[in-house]
Design a protein around this ligand. Structure first.
Ligand code: COA
Length: 328
């Protein structure tokens, strides 16, 4: 079912061969029973490594994801929209904090994660490497990118690693507000003037391909799905999440009189599955490997924030006595 790939298959076999088979069997039995694995419990190194990779990438996506929308706070139409968008962006940064904390329980320090992000070693979601040219782009992100994130995260919040699942539950509660806010913004534009409708349609056209990529490569070529699903880290495959998103949101997009820029998109009434043009996976690979339209800009902003905030972190970590005013 899953693509896997020979290199990963060899790595996985080698990594699991080094584990104590009795401990491994007990660990897998706990997962099969639906128990949560907690930070101090025994776990195979590969489970730890995969979780760090996935949670860290997720944390980076939240923090980088706040950038395209963040640029619209000062330009959002009206005070209420500005206020709501500012709160949303703050939430997204808060999600990153929750996720970095969850990843830290597995042994990777936060500083190392941030360093790996700004040095280009760690990945983050493809979709945040595209520019938000117009207010409608910001509305698309708030509604449909957050909708896609919820589909994935509600599934994974029922997964096996306690700290990640608890973080996801909290995140999904907040994301559902974002979704309502985003839907409200899109309805406003889609039912507005001709210019507003055209602006919204242009945003859907621009963001559709990255949105289809967002759920990850198809199951046939996904590298990590098999082991992540076996260990209940991922509770739905990339294709299952993509299908669920199409099922829930394409009718809502059509309802608003908007079109989806894929002439092959239709629901197969026999299989119940959505059919669509195969996404361009070469573009996806280029973007996630650092060569998308905004990768350099996103990382540069993050690097600047890191450098400008260094003095605050150093002051907070310095021994208290150093900063106590001398007694007169
Ligand atoms: N953006 C960037 N990279 C992606 C991606 C995306 N939308 N989808 C997949 N990839 C990367 C994977 O990280 C992996 O790269 P790596 O081996 O260098 O780490 C590679 O493409 C192969 O994909 P796959 O084997 O399918 O990865 P996966 O099993 O980890 O599935 C996700 C990808 C995004 C579905 C999964 O990691 C996930 O559910 N993450 C948590 C949610 C999240 O991060 N959401 C982001 C936005 S809020």
């Amino acid at each position: 079912m899953y693509g896997g790939g020979n290199v990963f298959e060899t790595m996985k076999a080698t990594a699991l061969a080094d584990e104590d088979p009795i401990l491994l069997a007990a660990f897998e039995a706990r997962i099969d029973r639906g128990e949560k694995i907690e930070p101090t419990d025994w776990m195979p190194q590969l489970y730890r490594k995969q979780l760090i990779r996935m949670i860290e990438q997720h944390a980076h996506s939240e923090i980088i994801g706040s950038l395209p929308e963040g640029t619209w706070i000062t330009r959002a139409p009206g005070f209420k929209r500005k206020l709501a968008l500012m709160a949303k962006v703050q939430d997204e940064v808060g999600h990153a904090q929750l996720l970095y904390s969850a990843a830290e329980t597995l042994g990777k320090p936060r500083e190392e994660m941030i360093t790996d992000l700004i040095n280009g070693k760690s990945k983050y979601s493809n979709i945040f490497n595209y520019p938000a040219f117009t207010w409608a782009d910001s509305c698309f992100i708030s509604w449909l990118v957050d909708a896609g994130a919820i589909v994935n995260q509600i599934a994974n919040s029922k997964g096996s690693y306690g700290p990640y699942c608890r973080a996801l539950e909290r995140i999904c509660a907040e994301e559902s507000f974002h979704l309502k806010y985003g839907h409200h913004c899109v309805i406003h534009l889609a039912t507005g003037t001709k210019t507003q409708r055209e602006m919204m349609q242009a945003a859907v056209n621009r963001w559709w391909a990255p949105m289809m990529h967002f759920f990850g490569p198809s199951d046939k070529i996904s590298v990590h799905s098999e082991i992540l699903m076996k260990w209940k880290v991922k509770m739905a495959s990339n294709d299952e999440c993509r299908q669920q998103f199409l099922d829930m949101y394409v009718p809502k997009i059509w309802e608003l009189g908007l079109t989806v820029p894929d002439e092959n998109l239709k629901k197969n009434t026999v299989t119940g599955e959505w059919e669509f043009t195969e996404p361009d996976w070469e573009e996806f690979k280029r973007v996630i490997n650092g060569d998308g339209p905004c990768n350099a800009e996103r990382i540069a902003v993050r690097r600047t924030a890191e450098e400008r905030g260094r003095w605050v972190r150093e002051a907070l970590l310095a021994p208290k006595a150093k900063y106590v005013a001398p007694l007169a």
